[in-house]
Ligand binder design. Structure first.
Ligand code: NAD
Length: 531
């Protein structure tokens, strides 16, 4: 694929809907992407582009008459072969050394940036993200590659001289790759959460077998294409597609996999966490779900709070692990806060996200839409009030997709299921509280712990929040709410409790180390050459 648009430097901070240059470039890319829809793609096993027998098709959540891509239904044998190819390629990739590895990864990052509009337009068709969210996902992928490469370089390949007991002795600590990593990614950041984890493993000197979500295989494939064009050797990156139950299970069960990085739901992640280490210890990084709270105190700027909650709860239809989905507001300001939040929800333009004016597109599939309608029905049945939304767009072009409206619910008891379970749809529940302490107690009463926010103009309240809240990513008075990680190097991203296994993070300075293990080397006589 050739780049058709000039490169723009994009971050979440500079993305702006009223940038005419950006919108015109996206218009062209959407037209190009339409011509790409419906193609059939292979898996990548070593140097082989394997078509396989049966294929599955992914249809756009914007319009289910559009087939976005077709990929093979991989078998356990395909996965077995991919693991063998990755094992075969590992020693040479490890021994290549980190400097040549970084050159390849940085070249891939530049290719991704050059194609930001084309990839973003395809992503909008594939998962229904709006223009700016798709561009953000693509450019974040490239920046993750660059950031992790910079981390490897800043640490000089992770070789650390140690003390010695005599001048004839040289001891050093070296971080070394494990071997073959499985990379299992979710639908909602289809490029950044395939490419980010894979590049962490690759930079460290591991080889990988990637398995994308069946709701978003194309963006994972585009990432693999960029790596291949950048010169990654055969077998270092392998790509298998198909159901989690067979393709994913083979990755979980195979003794040929040395480590696993999974991003997805709590349910699947915990199953893998237990299964992967059943026979013996192996590293597994699980980044999982969230039910993320925000607290609004009586001292808050209510306009700021309403904007922060709306952006965080309804951005990409609430389908971000960082999304806010429950709010605890002090009783004296609750009515006014809810009115402002509901008004903002009503103003959100929902529709085809390939069009620049639509801020919210569809949810990913029929199951997600059913989750939304079931939650609305449950809220009504249990005495809740639908302060905004609660509907599905079911006429005109939108009837061919899965378009819920941004929904605000009040009046449910704070121990209700809808305050507890991750729904991953644009649905936020609001409860009234009597104090910050009560809000903190309710916010922390969750098996998750990804993001949490507070809106308050009182410094002592903010300090109590920062000290007492149990979550990995905190934000205070942030109009843009809890964007995932913000950007590499700007904010780390990692979960506490049931949201993440590692306690460490993506997007931050401690990521690459998770794909490495320590070795102590003591050499008598001549000092060994640098790694
Ligand atoms: P999911 O758990 O349904 O699927 C994730 C991946 O696991 C997919 O590739 C899927 O095919 C695979 N899978 C499913 N069953 C499997 C099995 N038995 N063995 C191996 N692999 C299997 O998640 P999703 O719906 O794609 O993504 C949404 C979820 O991801 C949400 O819960 C969200 O909070 C979470 N998420 C977390 C983070 C984070 O950084 N913590 C980031 C993004 C998304």
């Amino acid at each position: 694929m050739t780049a058709t648009s000039p490169r723009l430097k994009i971050t979440y901070a500079t993305l702006s809907a009223d940038n005419p240059e950006l919108q015109a470039a996206f218009d062209r890319a959407v037209e190009w992407a339409r011509g790409e829809l419906g193609k059939t793609y292979p898996m990548l096993i070593g140097s082989e582009l394997r078509a396989g027998g049966e294929t599955f098709e992914h249809r756009s959540p914007i319009d289910t008459e559009l087939v976005v891509s077709r990929f093979p239904v991989g078998t356990r044998k395909d996965v077995h072969d991919a693991i063998a190819a990755a094992r075969h390629a590992f020693p040479a990739w490890r021994d290549l050394g980190w400097r040549p590895r970084l050159e390849i990864i940085r070249r891939a990052a530049d290719l991704i940036s050059e194609r930001q509009f084309e990839y973003a337009a395809l992503m909008t068709f594939e998962v229904g993200k709006n223009r700016l969210e798709s561009l953000g996902d693509v450019e974040e992928t490239a920046d993750l590659l660059r950031y992790y490469a910079d981390q490897m370089q800043a640490h000089d390949g992770f070789v650390q001289p140690m003390g010695s007991l005599s001048p004839a002795e040289h001891t050093r600590s070296v971080l070394k790759p494990h071997g073959v990593w499985a990379v299992i990614s979710p639908f909602n950041f289809p490029m950044a959460l395939a490419g980010g984890p894979a590049s962490g493993a690759l930079i460290a000197g591991n080889t990988v077998v990637m398995k994308p979500s069946s709701d978003a295989p194309l963006m994972g494939w585009k990432f693999v294409e960029a790596l291949r064009e950048a010169g990654i050797p055969d077998g270092v990156v392998n790509f298998v597609t198909g159901p989690g139950e067979s393709v994913g299970a083979e990755l979980e069960e195979s003794a040929g996999i040395d480590g696993m990085v999974f991003t997805g739901s709590h349910e699947v992640g915990m199953r893998l966490y237990r299964g992967f280490t059943r026979e013996y210890p192996r590293p597994i990084i699980t980044e999982m779900g969230g039910k993320n709270p925000a607290i609004v105190t009586a001292s808050a700027d209510l306009d700021e709070a309403a904007e922060g909650v709306a952006r965080s709860a309804f951005g990409f239809d609430g389908q971000k692990c960082s999304a806010n989905s429950r709010v605890y507001v002090e009783r004296s300001v609750a009515a006014e806060f809810v009115e402002r939040l509901a008004e903002r929800a009503r103003q959100i333009k929902v529709g085809d996200p390939t069009q620049g004016e639509n801020w919210m597109g569809p949810v990913i599939n029929a199951r997600a839409l059913r989750k939304f309608t079931d939650a609305v029905e449950e809220a009504r049945r249990d005495g809740g009030t639908i302060a905004a939304g609660g509907q599905v767009l079911d006429s005109g072009d939108e009837a061919r997709g899965y378009f819920p409206t941004p929904t605000v619910v009040t009046g449910l008891p704070p121990d209700h299921r809808l305050f507890r379970d991750e729904l991953f749809v644009p649905f936020v529940v609001v409860a009234e509280v009597d104090s910050l302490d009560e809000a903190l107690g309710l916010a922390n009463d969750t098996p998750y712990g990804l993001t949490a926010g507070i809106f308050s103009q009182d410094q002592s309240e903010i300090e109590r929040f920062l000290t007492g809240i149990q979550a990995g990513v905190l934000y205070v008075n942030r109009r843009s709410g809890a964007t995932t990680g913000a950007w590499p190097g700007i904010q780390s991203f990692g979960g506490w409790k049931g949201s993440g296994s590692s306690g460490k993070s993506g997007l931050g300075p401690y990521y690459v180390q998770q794909f490495l293990r320590e070795q102590s080397q003591t050499v008598m006589g001549e000092e060994p050459p640098p790694a």
